[in-house]
Ligand binder design. Structure first.
Ligand code: PBG
Length: 333
């Protein structure tokens, strides 16, 4: 080993740093999640821990236009379902609900955007769980196979309404098989399934649950019987290969920053495209810390976005997608 090697040579000017950089960001890398309501006016800062917006159809449509101008290519839609439409089985998911209506309206505009829809029952159930709850005596459980049947119908329902990408976020076993079988029977061959392959039982979903009104879980008090244990990583690799075998088109790892190791391991293991989901609590942490002057919001979002790219993500689902697209369009990093 020579002692004359200087690592700082390759850091000495902006040009040489750019030349050798291993990852890059572009607006097409970001997918913007949007919460849609049937209210007439948007509510800005609807979640108390982060300034996430609850959109009216009108404000959502103008946000889509803004996203297109910035170079974003896809959005992720979540519904805020009124309480009186929720029930024990989440059956409103299979009806002409507000997300189906929104997709119908949005498709009229022929936006150059892909629409991803989350497939899970929690925005539609009165107990806030992702699936159908049954009980053995006084023990409650989420019924895997009954849930899968409903989720596959839900995926077909939203695909027919115009969703391009269906994203099961429920962590039931075998759901992708069911989706693919149902798509084949319904002649929906070009609809993609991006599965949340490794989704952990995380406290970082707090602001999201507040938004969709699933904050207080009933029956089972947490989602630990279906979402993954934060202590494990081998289990994630097993989930990832199973989803790949079932025919998932891409895989989502979630949350993002606290599970970068899982993303990096998944990148070693699969050839499928990977997406990192910077979830609502991660977004809130950065927003709140920046507001307190701990660091610059722009620097923190860009640094974490690079971390996802470096670890192997092809794309990033983030509530900061608009700002990030703006920054990568205008800023020399
Ligand atoms: C629904 C779902 C959740 C998130 C995405 N899809 C909540 C949960 O699983 O409890 C969380 C996303 C976020 O926090 O931004 N199953």
């Amino acid at each position: 080993m020579t002692s004359f090697k200087r690592h700082r040579t390759l850091r000495s000017t902006p040009w040489i740093r750019d030349l050798i950089s291993e990852s890059s960001l572009s607006p097409k890398d970001f997918i913007l999640p949007l919460f849609i309501t049937n209210e007439n006016e948007p509510v800005y800062g609807a979640s108390s821990t982060a300034n996430i917006t609850r959109h009216s159809f009108k404000s959502a449509l103008s946000t889509l236009e803004q996203a297109i101008k910035l170079g974003i290519k896809a959005v992720f839609l979540f519904p805020v379902i009124p309480n009186d439409c929720k029930n024990n089985t989440g059956s409103h998911a299979l009806e002409e609900n507000l997300l189906v209506q929104f997709l119908n309206v949005a498709k009229e505009y022929k936006f150059p955007l892909s629409f991803c829809v989350d497939i899970a029952l929690d925005p539609y159930t009165n107990h806030g769980h992702d699936g159908i709850i049954q009980s053995h005596g006084d023990t409650f459980y989420v019924d895997n196979d009954a849930t899968n049947e409903t989720l596959a119908q839900m995926a077909v329902h939203f695909a027919r309404a115009g969703a391009d990408v269906l994203c099961p976020s429920d962590m039931m076993d075998g759901r992708i098989d069911e989706f693919k079988k149902a798509f084949s029977a319904a002649n929906l061959h070009s609809k993609a399934v991006f599965s949340y392959a490794a989704k952990y039982a995380s406290c970082l979903y707090g602001p999201f649950r507040q938004m969709v009104g699933a904050k207080k879980l009933q029956g089972l008090e947490d989602k630990k019987t279906y979402q993954m244990d934060p202590r494990n990583s081998n289990e994630a690799l097993s989930e990832i290969s199973h989803d790949e075998q079932e025919g998932a088109d891409a895989l989502i790892i979630k949350p993002g920053l606290a599970y970068l190791d899982i993303l990096a391991k998944a990148h070693q293991k699969t050839t499928l495209p990977l997406l990192a989901y910077q979830v609502s609590g991660e977004y809130a942490m950065i927003k709140l810390a920046a507001k307190e002057g701990v660091f610059s919001e722009q620097d923190a979002f860009l640094e974490t976005a690079y971390a996802f790219k470096r670890a192997g993500a092809r794309s990033i689902i983030t509530y900061a997608a608009l700002e990030l697209a703006q920054w990568v369009n205008t800023t020399q990093i």
